[in-house]
Design a protein around this ligand. Structure first.
Ligand code: CA
Length: 238
């Protein structure tokens, strides 16, 4: 068995037993090793396991600490495991909260099982691609405008102020930086950054571009770094 074939480990943090059991079963059928934590405290204990997890599926509504706070705590502790949040709420503010808390992706309940499986495959593929290609060696730092980014240490500052980016935001930023000046279609970004092929929903890309603009543009409504190219996609200019 090669490293590539070893089962990847997932942690589901979900207090609704039937939902957790259903997710566990289906993810196991896909070949993952799956553990379930039914509250934030248990999740914290699980994450101390030195063999670690490859990704976390995290429910927002937990009995002790809410998922947003738990995710923020992981990130503040320097834990950059991919997190997919499950939210029962669908208001744009909640989606933003999830992403602000450092989630890589989110799904609104009720969701299709296939959609969750696709998102899980996507975050894991992205992580494996990083590890296998040593992609971060190619470009370790980036500066543009008032921003300084170190892709190795995840240290990001804007005008000297520390900013926290998720792995996905860093990956997207790096892909832009490595392809500066070139027009990148939404589908290319989904395929190269999200590792999603023939994925119909390109809104995800637009949401993340908005996020990068809010982080890095002095006037997000008239961007000078993350440019829209009408009918084609986006272009990065340092
Ligand atoms: Ca719940």
């Amino acid at each position: 068995m090669t490293t590539e074939d070893e089962a990847q480990r997932l942690l589901i943090v979900e207090d609704e037993d039937h939902l957790a059991a259903g997710l566990k079963l289906n993810l196991e059928l896909e070949g993952y090793r799956v553990d379930v934590a039914s509250n934030a405290k248990e999740a914290g204990q699980r994450l101390l396991d030195p063999s670690g997890y490859d990704a976390i599926v995290l429910d927002v509504m937990l009995p002790d600490v809410n998922g947003f706070d738990l995710c923020r705590k992981f990130r503040e502790a320097g834990n950059f495991i991919p997190v997919i949040m499950l939210t029962a709420r669908s208001s744009p503010e909640d989606r933003v909260l999830g992403l602000e808390a450092g989630a890589d992706d989110y799904l609104v309940k009720p969701f299709e099982l296939n959609e969750l499986l696709a998102r899980v495959r996507s975050v894991l593929r992205r992580q494996r691609w990083e590890q296998n290609t040593g992609h971060h060696v190619k470009q370790t730092t980036l500066s543009f405008g008032d921003a300084e980014i170190n892709f190795d240490t995840h240290e990001v500052t804007v005008s000297g102020e520390a900013v926290q980016l998720t792995q996905l935001e860093l990956d997207l930023l790096r892909y832009f930086a490595e392809n500066a000046g070139r027009v990148l279609s939404r589908n290319e970004l989904l395929e190269r950054v999200w590792k999603l092929r023939n994925y119909g929903n390109t809104r995800t890309v637009d949401n993340f571009i908005s996020r990068l603009r809010r982080r890095f543009e002095s006037d997000p409504s008239s961007p000078v770094h993350f440019l829209s190219v009408r009918g084609a996609g986006y272009k990065f200019s340092a």
